[in-house]
Design a protein around this ligand. Structure first.
Ligand SMILES: Cc1cc2nc3c(=O)[nH]c(=O)nc-3n(C[C@H](O)[C@H](O)[C@H](O)COP(=O)(O)OP(=O)(O)OC[C@H]3O[C@@H](n4cnc5c(N)ncnc54)[C@H](O)[C@@H]3O)c2cc1C
Length: 279
């Protein structure tokens, strides 16, 4: 039995096979799949809109530009989910993934350009005195690509055994595959970042993907490694794409798929108790 309060509960049906608490993008995805599998689904969202942290707003009066409000880039949405649910969604590849000013000389900084060829990358690293790290950067991200291609498909599969993924990676990448598995999966990632790169600025850029949004640290355990993996495996490339219309377009497409499948999405309904086993 699920108890909810708020204006939305007037819309509650008598019963359902599945009640989903919350209406973020994960809940919407579950609602869409379950509804398409023939279950009767009711989703209860406390706010007056669905989407959770994946929502857009129009910040400029009179301008129909919808921008992401919190979460803003898409990488971990498996393309299979988009295909299965027929999501009407346009994702645009970003060219520049970061610009990091040099704390010692803020007039210069490291621009990471996804379209840079070898010469342009060397020039970018030279500008911050990190030319010695170009080869290590290329080697690291080539190996991270191997890791991404080994792990990304498993996101939509039954959880594989760790040793099986490691063996796949070793088959695909040989010594480089074994080394990146050790550096990113088995040892605190700070060890590899310090060993492989010389410039603190470059180390910081690499480490950002391991630390962002966490209170983890690079050296004591594997929490930062987990954060790093989530940031570099999406789609098998680690690219982070911009959704046209902001993240609300993602949630909107998922909500449409859920409704089309027959799920009932109820907003302004905060769940206050769930009693297992009681209908
Ligand atoms: C500032 C910021 C930036 C981010 N940037 C990115 C990014 O660029 N890319 C990315 O992939 N991820 C990003 N993230 C992370 C991403 O937003 C979250 O991982 C994602 O939103 C989690 O989705 P969810 O559906 O699990 O939960 P949420 O989006 O948190 O949704 C949970 C929903 O449940 C509802 N709810 C909670 N309790 C109840 C209750 N008792 N009854 C009814 N409803 C309830 C809430 O109102 C909410 O709508 C960012 C997060 C933040 C905060």
């Amino acid at each position: 039995m699920t108890e909810a309060h708020g204006p939305g509960i007037a819309a509650l049906p008598d019963g359902a096979d599945v009640v989903i608490v919350g209406g973020g993008h994960n809940a919407l995805t579950a609602a869409a799949y379950l509804a398409r599998a023939g279950r009767s689904v009711v989703l209860l969202e406390a706010a007056d809109h669905v989407g959770g942290a994946a929502v857009s707003q129009r910040p400029f009066d009179g301008v129909d530009a919808r921008l992401s409000r919190y979460s803003y880039l898409v990488s971990l949405l498996p393309r299979q989910v988009a295909r299965d649910l027929g999501l009407d969604l346009t994702l645009v590849r970003r060219r520049y993934s970061s610009y990091t000013p040099d704390p010692g000389d803020p007039s210069r900084g490291l621009l990471v350009d996804g379209e840079a060829d070898d010469d342009a990358r060397r020039a970018a690293f030279d500008r911050v005195g990190a030319g010695d790290d170009v080869a290590a950067w290329t080697e690291w991200y080539d190996a991270v690509g191997l890791l991404a291609r080994a792990i990304a498909p498993t996101l939509t599969q039954p959880l594989p055994a760790r040793d099986d993924v490691a063996a796949d990676l070793a088959r695909a990448g040989g010594d480089a595959g074994r080394a990146i598995w050790r550096d990113v999966v088995e040892r605190p990632i700070g060890e590899a970042i310090e060993r492989r790169f010389r410039s603190d600025l470059v180390r910081g850029v690499v480490a950002t993907d391991a630390l962002i949004g966490t209170f983890a640290d690079l050296d004591s355990d594997l929490a930062a490694n987990r954060c790093y993996l989530y940031h570099v495996i999406g789609g098998g490339t680690g690219d982070w794409d911009v959704p046209v219309g902001g993240m609300g377009a993602v949630s909107g497409a998922l909500a449409a798929a859920a409704r089309d499948g027959g799920a009932q999405l109820v907003t302004s309904a905060r769940v206050s108790a769930v009693t297992p086993g009681v209908r």
